[in-house]
Design a protein around this ligand. Structure first.
Ligand code: IPE
Ligand code: IPE
Ligand code: MG
Length: 247
């Protein structure tokens, strides 16, 4: 067993880990390859990290795979990413199912091409009764899209007299988020040396521990995940209180 893994305190694992998988394009460029080559290799990291989280009994893993803003990339890259998404899901769904992993998707799926929506729907259906790791794919997702949607839905409920303004609290708001079924992430990892949130889980990350690494996503493996978890376990999460209060 790896020494990093041995040092992880299994009693104090994050329940939910969220990852901004970044750096595929630069990784490819560095090898004189096309950006799509980086995305293809990024799939191997996804496989490894999903397996690593399942082995650790992590409850939820959210992967930022495609943002609302990513639709503005050159068409060939967008099309390449969609095809990669569909072929990966087709290839992996059996293995996800065998490993008791339940797939979820958050994001504006109306934006996706019909063939991608169909493939996703099948995968969601196949894995819907699984009770192991919850794998949440953020696809065509952005935090502002999500918050706007929540505001509109709540406004409609109020207008239809199904909800009173006085009843709106954090619990109610949470019910209207795309992540209503999931706890907030305790740990957010971003690869490739960028230090920003890029419209990811804006509301849910309020108290997440943030971990940034220079490692590009296609190079990110279980050992890197263990490093992030160990770093997380060395933090003091104060939630506004003082250190003394925690003791
Ligand atoms: C992350 O890698 C994958 C997606 C955003 C789909 P990038 O494609 O952003 O790679 P860089 O940041 O340009 O290196
Ligand atoms: C964020 O990465 C989105 C995903 C990883 C899917 P980007 O590479 O799109 O973010 P920016 O544009 O550098 O902030
Ligand atoms: Mg990027």
């Amino acid at each position: 067993m790896s020494s990093l893994l041995q040092n992880i305190d299994k009693e104090r694992l994050p329940r939910h880990i969220a990852i901004i998988m970044d750096g595929n394009g630069r990784w490819a460029k560095e090898q004189g390859q096309d950006r799509l080559y980086g995305h293809y290799h990024g799939v191997e990291s996804v496989r490894d990290i999903v397996e690593g989280c399942a082995e650790l009994n992590i409850g939820y893993l959210t992967l930022y795979a495609f943002s609302t803003e990513n639709w503005d990339r050159p068409e060939y890259e967008v099309v390449g990413l969609m095809e990669l998404l569909v072929s990966t899901i087709r290839k992996e769904v059996e293995s996800l199912h065998k490993n008791n992993i339940k797939l979820h998707v958050i994001g504006d799926l109306n934006m996706l091409p019909e063939y991608a929506r169909q493939e996703l729907k099948e995968a969601l259906d196949i894995t819907k009764d699984n009770t192991g790791l919850n794998l949440v794919m953020a696809l065509s997702y952005s935090g502002r899209w999500e918050l706007l949607n929540a505001v509109k839905s709540i406004a409609n409920e109020v207008k239809a007299n199904r909800l009173a303004v006085e009843e709106i609290d954090q619990t109610v708001l949470q019910r209207y988020l795309a992540t209503s079924d999931f706890p907030d992430p305790e740990l957010m990892i971003r690869t490739s040396g960028e230090y920003r949130i890029s419209n990811f889980l804006l509301y849910q990350l309020a108290y997440a521990e943030l971990y940034f690494t220079q490692v590009r996503w296609p190079d990110f493996r279980k050992e890197n995940l263990y490093e992030a978890i160990l770093d997380y376990q060395n933090r003091e999460r104060r939630f506004g209180k003082t250190s003394d209060q925690l003791a």
